[in-house]
Design a protein around this ligand. Structure first.
Ligand SMILES: [Zn+2]
Length: 248
């Protein structure tokens, strides 16, 4: 019988989180047939990311590749390759030591805010205080399919925690995979809410006083824990999230 070292166990837990986050984002209608989640391998210049071909609806921890900042595969199942847009993960993780997890997906309704003149996405819902520093829009809608394009995306993101690529999709960054899931959900909730509110009249974004008040009372760690537990439980109850992955 093989005994796992502490770092092997930690890596397995991270693999399970990345696979679970992908399945949950897919089930919530955010991920769809493309998009990917990455997580930094602690203490290295590498990260876990899913292969190009593997279904977002059936991803397993053992499917994941380990890639470097240049998008090259360091370790992974034979015959697999990283997603075409692996470079956005590598270049963001390279320049943002505060970021440990990155998601990229293509949520059409959210992307509407990159397509209409004057329709700027604003923080409306309380949890969108996460993005009060800015939600930049990258002007080049191309697939982020090489390091140069990845660097340009990382430049547009700057110090912020979320961005959109015009006519293309979203990039969300966080300190952990559970926090990433929660931020993805809240980012899309805010966009959908703004879209719906705009049907009724002039939207009213959070004021500076609103932001200050909610920032004072908001506790990110327990909030992330509560929502991660909720979505993991939902996935298990629905049967698509294996019960033997240690996600708590
Ligand atoms: Zn994309």
């Amino acid at each position: 019988m093989t005994t796992l070292s502490n770092s092997d166990t930690a890596h397995l837990r991270l693999r399970e989180q990345v696979a679970a986050c992908t399945l949950l984002l897919n089930a919530e209608g955010l991920m769809g047939y493309s998009g990917h989640v990455s997580s930094r391998v602690p203490g290295t210049d590498h990260y876990f990311i899913q292969p190009f071909e593997t279904s977002r609806a059936g991803l397993k921890p053992s499917d994941l590749l380990i890639c470097d900042y240049d998008g090259k595969v360091v370790e992974g199942p034979r015959g697999t390759r990283p997603p075409a847009e692996v470079f956005l993960h590598g270049e963001i993780l390279r320049v943002r030591p505060d970021v440990n997890a990155v998601a990229h997906f293509h949520h059409d309704l959210t992307n509407v805010f990159t397509l209409v003149e004057g329709a700027k996405l604003l923080p409306l819902k309380n949890h969108s205080i996460r993005w009060v520093s800015g939600m930049p829009i990258h002007p080049d809608p191309s697939h982020v399919s090489d390091s140069k394009l990845g660097k340009a995306v990382a430049d547009t993101l700057g110090p912020h925690h979320a961005m959109q690529i015009r006519a293309h999709g979203q990039i969300i960054t966080a300190e952990s995979v559970p926090a990433l899931l929660v931020d993805c959900v809240h980012f899309v909730e805010n966009a959908v809410t703004m879209y719906q509110a705009s049907m009724l009249g002039k939207v009213m974004p959070l004021t500076e006083a609103d932001i200050a008040a909610f920032s004072r009372e908001f506790k990110r760690v327990p909030h992330v824990s509560k929502l991660w537990t909720y979505y993991v439980g939902k996935g298990r109850a629905a049967g698509y999230l294996p019960t033997d992955w240690e996600l708590e």
